[in-house]
Design a binder for this molecule. Structure first.
Ligand SMILES: *Cc1c(COP(=O)(O)O)cnc(C)c1O
Length: 490
């Protein structure tokens, strides 16, 4: 008879840890090797998986082998393969060995770093990588911890936006009085991602006070500072309070870039918070030849970017820098007896829970640190530049066929193109035709692209740059598009 009065379940069974983990790694290796053989966009019908499984969780355990088998037969068909070299939809979610290994370690240590003492290395490594990255982007010193600003890693741009909008709101309400929240106004363009509007709504800015300023092809869909100024003046005349101006660097529809300097001068003139939203294109500014897009950044109060898009850092890793952590902390900092500790009280440490929505915090810095250490700035710049070259290659292919046009010049790795409208028939028929072409490509399973509407121009977006995409894939894509064009135009 043993002495145990109860049975302890052993979930972290080290006897099998290595051999089982190796089986999963082998499965993943096989997946990556064959990912180009699956239809890129999942072809299942709604409910396909819901109908496959029982309504109750299993009472008895299942072997790893059976589960991996089911992944292959049941899950993979319902996957849209973001890691396929033929994925050109939305923006790519790049993957790398370094990030994968960093994420594995993050999972293994599984620390919850809400304050410094919860894992001093988690906090300090995040400070280190955010300053490293800030310098790689040539951000003004005032955004770095070394210059009394600082950065934090969130899971998404939305989270960062909620935090900075809350900070800007509370700073303004301190000045104007809490009852004036209904007077605060946020400005953005018609190319701005909807997450900005959503974040503004979440922090209590009335949706009627969210100004969407129109853009047009004449500026390649960038905001005109004068248009913003006129909107601000109108709001001032109505007794409203301009609060927050969002400049997008690399907007989702066509990767347009708002003029940071011109908008910065406005933000300064009207005492508004200027945020630079660079979810996609931010990573590109590591290359000196692309930094001119951020000219005027010294006027900004905050800047954010999703490294899980272009910077080889698997989901999720969204970086936010602020010039004034104090303003952020004034809005987000909470005290609670259970959190009380000497380090925090000494005011010598950063407690990242005061920089984000949640209390719990993943050790994402480890993943980013792996990417920066393993590849170095040199390889990261090569990665960005080769994607831009690939996009230029595709742009040239499109331009070589006079049935097509590239609607806005390529800045980064996104190409917006379309079949030209017939002379007499106009935009509506062009939209129908291009939608047909895009669907013909996507339903073939051989590639996946998505669309945008710029002004009233319907474009097909070809977002180049998954980790596995090579020149031959882009050339194949163009052949596929031409093949389907012949069918659509028949
Ligand atoms: C992808 C993207 C986002 C996504 O926001 P999340 O909150 O991270 O999902 C926001 N803005 C732009 C410009 C994007 O391209």
């Amino acid at each position: 008879m043993g002495s145990l009065l109860f049975q302890k379940f052993d979930p972290l069974n080290l006897k099998f840890f290595s051999s089982e983990s190796n089986k999963v790694i082998e499965f993943i290796t096989g997946y990556y090797k064959n990912v180009d053989k699956y239809p890129v966009r999942s072809q299942v019908k709604p409910g396909f998986l819901l109908n496959l499984y029982p309504k109750e969780a299993p009472f008895q355990p299942t072997s790893l082998e059976s589960i991996l088998q089911e992944i292959e037969t049941n899950i993979i068909p319902g996957i849209t393969h973001w890691q396929s070299p033929n994925f050109y939809a939305y923006f790519p979610a790049t993957t790398s060995n370094a990030a994968f290994h960093g994420e594995m370690l993050c999972n293994a240590l599984n620390v919850v770093g809400f304050n410094w003492i919860c894992s001093p290395a988690a906090t300090e490594l995040e400070m280190i990588v955010m300053d490293w990255l800030g310098k790689m982007l040539n951000l003004p010193q005032s955004f770095l911890f070394a210059g009394n600003g600082g950065g934090v890693i969130h899971g998404s741009t939305s989270e960062g936006l909620v935090c900075v909008l809350a900070a800007a709101r509370d700073k303004a309400l301190k000045q104007y009085g809490e009852d004036n929240i209904t007077k605060l106004v946020v400005y953005a363009s018609d190319q701005t991602h909807f997450v900005v509007k959503k974040a503004a709504k979440l922090v209590g800015i009335p949706p009627r006070n969210f100004r969407v300023i129109p853009t047009s092809l004449s500026t390649c869909f960038a905001l005109k500072p004068n248009d913003v100024m006129m909107a601000i003046e109108r709001d001032l005349e109505s007794g409203l309070v301009p609060l927050f101006l969002c400049a997008t660097a690399g907007a989702t529809p066509s990767s347009s870039v708002d003029p940071v300097e011109g908008l910065g001068l406005l933000a300064q003139k009207y005492s508004m918070w200027l945020h630079i939203e660079a979810a996609y294109a931010g990573s590109a500014f590591i290359c000196p030849e692309l930094r001119h897009y951020l000219q005027g950044i010294e006027f900004a109060d905050s800047i954010s970017m999703n490294l899980h898009k272009w910077l080889l850092t698997n989901m999720d890793c969204s970086c936010l820098w602020v010039k004034s952590p104090r303003v952020l902390l004034d809005s987000l900092s909470m005290t609670d007896e259970v959190l009380r500790n000497e380090a925090s009280e000494s005011k010598q440490v950063v407690d990242f829970m005061d920089w984000q929505i949640a209390s719990s915090k993943r050790f994402r810095a480890l993943k980013l640190w792996f990417v920066l250490r393993r590849y170095g700035i040199h390889n990261i710049m090569t990665h960005i530049r080769s994607d831009i070259e690939l996009a230029k290659h595709f742009e040239a292919l499109v331009k070589s066929d006079n049935r097509f046009e590239v609607v806005v010049p390529v800045k980064f790795s996104l190409v917006c193109f379309r079949l030209k409208p017939y002379e007499k028939e106009g935009e509506e028929s062009s939209k129908v035709l291009n939608w047909k072409l895009m669907e013909a490509v996507n339903s073939s399973g051989r590639a996946y692209m998505t669309h945008a509407v710029l002004g009233d121009i319907f474009v097909i977006r070809c977002a180049i740059g998954t980790s596995l995409t090579e020149e031959r894939h882009v050339s194949e894509l163009w052949k596929l598009i031409q093949e389907k064009t012949d069918v659509v135009l028949e």
